[in-house]
Unconditional design. Sequence first.
Length: 265
Amino acid sequence: MSWWGTVLGGAFGYLLGGPLGALLGVALGRRFDKGLDGLGEYGAELGDQERVQTAFFTATFAVMGHLAKVDGQVSPNEIRLAEQVMAQLRLSDDMRRAAMRLFAEGKAPDFQLDAVLEQFRRECHRRRQLLRMFVEIQLHACYADGAVHAEEARVLRHICDRLGIGRQEFAQLETLVQAARGFAPGGAAAPASRDRLAEAYRVLGVTREASDADVKTAYRRLMNQHHPDKLVAKGLPEEMVALATEKTQEIKAAYETVRAARGGR
């Protein structure tokens, strides 16, 4: 049984307690205080992988809802943009319904952001690749309307502080998300113009003065950080791997743009 099947089977109360378990319980309209005896066949299937996947899914959409609310009333446009992100993640219908309910829970005035982040960090065992992907998804949602507003930026920095992601690393993630939008799969195949080339260097996190070896090293590092199979092995829900796959395509497109400008080196 997949991790989501385990959750729907009623085992999430044991699988994930604390504020994340409470959020998911509300989102699914279930009680989770039955204890281990009430789990039946699912008790034998629980493990660290399912626990991390459940924590990632729950925290992602609850925090996304909180970010949408921080600059005031959530507009229909912000809800539409959140739905677009969920569609891009290729969630199943029941997962999308749960995600929207978690999004709504994140908008609540009494949402416990710090408690949610603390449990999420703990459940992920400080796996930096997972924490980075979590922040990238939040940035992706914030940039869906083209810009990150001041209050959103403040909360994003606070999220990074709570997850142990430094300001320089956050700036690199923001640059990657912002610049990579021009290299998204399915976009128009633009020539290697000066602006597109500049964006490609920004995606890779290097300057024009970087050596060919340094460019290749930066490319390989980013590909390793976003490798879908490695992220799934660390706890990224398989149903959410589409964004990681898209990121690798964006990074590859940027690298090929730089290589072409350097004569294929």
